[in-house]
Design a protein around this ligand. Structure first.
Ligand code: NOJ
Length: 557
């Protein structure tokens, strides 16, 4: 067991690909596996070392792959098993790992088990899902008050057998019943199939939802309408009995045991929604659960040094060594990172610099590296079932805006596909002529060059990859600072969250060579890397607006 030992995934740089939107080679308007293979050089040049693929299994695509019909097959819209094997081979040749997205909580309603299950109450697969009588007297009301994450009751009535089935997400995504040991056995068998095929690990979809309260007790009332990363409550109820049961922790520990039977080491990266204390539980009591769990609190953190200080301090105190945090700013469910900071590239760079210099494994979402923006999708082109259902909501809840095609060039369809524009599964974001790979490729100051340089910087510095993190604090209200140390080598990080220059005064002292000059290892302005900068009055260091810098040395308290 490797509960404290550092593994490859502790220093990994994970890149999420949403395959539908990456690159389309057969011109059907939907990205595919061959598209990822075709763009492999791009990934290599970017410097990432691990890819997480959103689901590619056979699926009716009611929730774009998060509704799996057959876990042993690749969906034909993405390609074939041969294509997947080729992708895995190409990736491994380049020493890049591939993580699959495992949806263990629910299947599609088109999965053979569910088709069997709904046939009759006696069917051998009946108990693979959660079926109950409706509330008395006539059974015309759902068995309890649980709400679906996507709105409406979490139960759907099935007249064929006069019972209701439970689905925390869409009615097309019935929840599996893990109180039936057969279900776990089947899902572990399937997990093993992919491990044997050589995948390097899994991103685990909503892994805090595996078990439900055995008595299906009603959830308590709450005033909260929208979900947040700090509370359990939304849609006017506290989701106490339908998630985060203690049995889930036993489950992830067993999953860990399963993956640890495979060499070389594989990773389990969990999606757990909720506050940091909950995230912590899924690492297991002795760091014997999931290796990594997403921490989503950055995705809603206001752009202020003190706010980030609070989030980071909380994460660090909740997940001290040997626990290893995992920071994200966006994914296929959340608004694009740059658009949350007013499409200001300097701010997006500062956040990326923060993410990649903290203790933890960063995960970026494709397009983030070129500053892709959140798109506004006309109502008639909406695809996401949540966006369609709540199209009228004043607070956008749909997820199409962050799922638009990758912007490769300023050609038709942003170079994503040669199909007719109307056949694109989602339209491209309107700024694609300015924001695209081709335009940024050879510009040393572009966002893409910035990400390449930042990823390289991270990879080349052991303090960042393996070091401790200390002295996390703010200076002059707007400057966030911390220190990373490894084998007595210190690296100081300073991030100026203000739009004004700030001089961090006399306390700046460079431990090893206090010569009135420091050697900056990295700046988000990209213009003085590895050069000495003069410090005014010996101990004054000037940070430009929204600048982040890293240098060897320390800031005494
Ligand atoms: C979380 C996934 O990220 C999201 O896209 C999906 O809709 C739900 N889980 C349900 O599987």
């Amino acid at each position: 067991m490797s509960h404290g030992k550092k593994e490859w995934f502790h220093q990994a740089m994970i890149y999420q690909i949403y395959p539908r939107s990456f690159f389309d080679t057969n011109n059907d308007g939907i990205g595919d596996l061959q598209g990822i293979i075709e763009k492999f050089d791009y990934l290599v040049e970017l410097g990432i070392d691990t890819i997480w693929l959103s689901p590619i299994f056979k699926s009716p695509q009611a929730d774009f792959g998060y509704d799996v019909e057959d876990y042993y097959q690749i969906d034909p819209i993405f390609g074939t098993m041969k294509d997947f094997e080729e992708l895995l081979r190409v990736a491994h040749e380049h020493e890049i790992k591939i993580l699959l997205d495992l949806v263990l909580n629910h299947t599609s309603d088109q999965h053979e088990w569910f088709k069997q299950s709904r046939k009759s109450r006696e069917n051998p697969y009946r108990d693979f899902y959660i079926w109950r009588d409706g509330k008395k007297p006539k059974g015309r009301k759902p068995p309890n008050n649980w709400k679906s994450f996507f709105g409406g009751p979490a139960w759907t009535y099935d007249p064929q057998t006069d019972q209701w089935y439970y689905h925390h997400f869409l009615p097309e995504q019935p929840d599996l019943n893990y109180r039936n040991p057969q279900v776990k056995k089947e899902m572990f068998k399937m997990t093993k199939f992919w491990l044997d095929k050589g995948v390097d690990g899994f991103r685990l979809d909503v892994i805090h939802h595996i078990f439900e309260d055995p008595e299906l007790k009603d959830n308590p009332w709450s005033w909260r309408l929208f979900p947040s990363d700090h509370s359990d409550a939304f849609l006017f109820q506290e989701h106490r009995y339908c998630q985060d049961l203690p049995e889930n922790i036993e489950f992830v520990k067993e999953l860990r045991t399963l993956v640890e039977q495979h060499e070389p080491p594989r990773v389990l990266l969990g999606e757990v929604l909720g506050p940091p204390e909950r995230v912590r539980k899924y690492y297991g009591p002795n760091n014997d659960g999931l290796h990594l769990v997403f921490n989503f609190t950055f995705t809603s953190c206001p752009f202020k040094a003190k706010k980030f200080l609070k989030v980071i301090s909380t994460i660090e105190s909740t997940l001290p060594e040997p626990f290893h945090p995992c920071y994200v700013f966006s994914n296929h469910d959340r608004p694009r990172m740059i658009s949350r900071v007013g499409n200001d590239e300097r701010k997006a760079r500062l956040l990326a610099f923060l993410q990649m210099t903290l203790r933890g494994t960063p995960v970026i979402y494709h397009g983030e590296e070129i500053g892709m923006r959140q798109a506004r999708i006309p109502r008639k082109r909406l695809q996401d079932p949540v966006g369609k259902k709540f199209w009228f909501s004043p607070i956008p809840v749909g997820r199409d805006g962050c799922r638009t095609p990758m912007q490769w060039s300023d050609d038709k369809n942003a170079g994503f596909s040669k199909c007719n524009e109307k056949d694109l599964w989602l339209p491209v974001e309107k700024h694609y002529r300015e924001v695209n790979v081709k335009r940024q490729q050879n510009n040393p100051q572009s966002m893409l060059s910035f990400y390449r340089a930042l990823i390289r910087f991270r990879k080349e510095h052991d303090e960042i990859l393996f070091g401790t993190i200390e002295n996390i604090t703010t200076m002059k209200k707007h400057v966030l600072t911390y220190q990373r140390t490894y084998h007595q080598q210190e690296m100081t990080i300073l991030l100026n969250f203000s739009e004004k220059s700030i001089i961090v005064t006399k306390d700046v002292k460079i431990s090893s060579h206090d010569l009135g000059e420091i050697s900056v290892s990295f700046t988000t302005y990209l213009d003085r890397n590895k050069v000495m900068i003069k410090m005014k009055n010996k101990n004054e260091l000037s940070l430009r607006p929204l600048e982040g810098i890293a240098f060897r040395g320390s800031l005494p308290s």
